[in-house]
Design a protein around this ligand. Structure first.
Ligand code: DGY
Length: 320
C-alpha cells in the first residue's frame, strides 16, 4: 500500500474502515492519554496523513518532520491546535469536522446553561450527600431561563443552534460576532450588539467564538464587570476566551451569579483548580460534541477527508 496514516487517539474502528483499502493505519492506542510529543514527532516522519485531536499541537516542528505529509485531518470543528499558516506554506491540507457536531454541541451548550442557571449538579450532590432535610422556599433557588435575555458571542453554526433553542424558551436573543448576520437577524429575531452592550444587557452570556489572537481573553476583568450580578457566563467554545483569574475573582466576590464551563484555559483540569473550588461553577470535561453519534460522525468525516486527499480528490471540509 502506498500511503501511511497516523491516528493520534482511538477512534471508532468503523471510521477507519473508510481508509483501510488506501492506507496503512497506525493508531496511538491509549484512549485517555494524549499522544506523547516524541511519538507524534516519530510517527509523522513516515506519515502521509495525520488524523489529530484538539489536544495535539501540530506546529512548525511537526510539519518540518512530516516530509511526506499531505493532510492533517482534525477531529474537531475548532483547529486552533494547528499552525495553519505553516500548513499553508508547506502545502499541507488541513480539514476540520463542521456540521456533523453542530446540533449536538448546541444541545450541550444549552444543557450547561440550564444546569448552571438552576444549579442542577449542586442540587443533585446536595441530595446524594444526605443534606436534604425538608422542602424550603429558597433551597437551591437559581435564575429563570425562560423569558431571559441571552447573549451569544460567536454566531456561527453552533451559535445559531443555541439561538434556535432559546426561542423555544421565549428568550430574547442578542449576539456579537465579527460579521453581522442579517439573514439570522430576520429569521431568528436575533439582535446585534457591541460586546460591551451584550454583556450589559444579557442574563446569560454564551461564548462560542473560535480561539484566535483576537479572541484570546476576550472576557477579562473589565468585561466581567459589565455583566449583571445575576448573570451566568457559559463557555462552550475554548477556554482561553476567558481570563480565568478574573473569572475566579468575579465569581468569588459574587459579582456574577454563576459560570458554566465546558472548556478551560489549560486542559485537563482537576478538582484543585481554583474555579472548581467555587460553589457557583458548573464544570464539564470538554464534552460539547460528545454524543456517540456526533463523535462517530466526526471521526468518519476526518477519515473521509484523508481518503479524498490520498486518492487525489478534493477534501470535503478544508480549512487550509
Ligand atoms: C470542537 O470540535 O472544536 C469541539 O471543541 C470538540 O468537541
Amino acid at each position: 500500500m502506498r500511503w501511511n496514516t497516523y491516528v493520534t487517539r482511538i477512534v471508532p474502528a468503523q471510521s477507519l474502515d473508510i481508509l483501510r483499502d488506501v492506507s496503512r493505519i497506525a493508531v496511538w492506542n491509549f484512549e485517555e492519554l494524549s499522544v506523547s510529543r516524541e511519538e507524534l514527532l516519530a510517527q509523522v516522519r513516515s506519515a502521509d496523513a495525520l488524523i489529530t485531536m484538539l489536544t495535539d499541537r501540530i506546529d512548525a516542528e511537526v510539519f518540518a518532520r512530516g516530509k511526506n505529509l499531505k493532510i492533517v485531518a482534525n477531529v474537531a470543528v475548532g483547529y486552533d491546535n494547528i499552525d495553519t499558516a505553516e500548513a499553508r506554506t508547506r502545502g499541507v491540507i488541513v480539514t476540520n469536522t463542521p456540521d456533523v457536531l453542530t446540533e449536538t454541541t448546541a444541545d450541550l451548550a444549552f444543557a450547561l446553561l440550564l444546569a448552571t442557571a438552576r444549579r442542577i449538579p449542586q442540587a443533585s450532590v446536595y441530595l446524594r450527600e444526605g443534606k436534604w432535610k425538608t422542602w424550603a422556599p429558597m433551597l437551591m433557588a437559581g435564575q429563570d431561563v425562560h423569558s431571559a435575555t441571552l447573549g451569544i458571542v460567536g454566531l456561527g453554526r453552533i451559535g445559531l443552534g443555541v439561538a434556535r433553542r432559546a426561542r423555544g424558551f421565549g428568550m430574547r436573543v442578542l449576539y456579537h460576532n465579527r460579521n453581522r448576520n442579517p439573514e439570522a437577524e430576520a429569521r431568528l429575531e436575533v439582535a446585534y450588539r457591541s460586546l460591551d452592550d451584550l454583556l450589559r444587557e444579557s442574563d446569560f452570556v454564551v461564548l462560542l467564538a473560535p480561539l484566535t489572537d483576537d479572541t484570546r481573553h476576550l472576557i477579562g476583568g473589565r468585561e466581567l464587570s459589565l455583566m449583571k450580578r445575576t448573570a451566568c457566563l457559559i463557555n462552550a467554545g475554548r477556554g482561553p476566551l476567558v481570563d480565568e483569574t478574573a473569572l475566579y475573582e468575579a465569581l468569588k466576590a459574587e459579582r456574577l451569579f454563576a459560570a458554566g464551563l465546558d472548556v478551560f484555559e489549560k486542559e485537563p483540569v482537576g478538582p484543585d483548580h481554583p474555579l472548581l473550588t467555587l460553589p457557583n461553577v458548573v464544570a464539564l470535561p470538554h464534552i460539547g460534541s460528545a454524543s456517540i453519534h456526533a463523535r462517530t460522525a466526526m471521526a468518519n468525516l476526518a477519515a473521509a477527508n484523508v481518503r479524498a486527499v490520498l486518492t487525489g480528490e478534493s477534501p470535503l471540509t478544508p480549512v487550509v
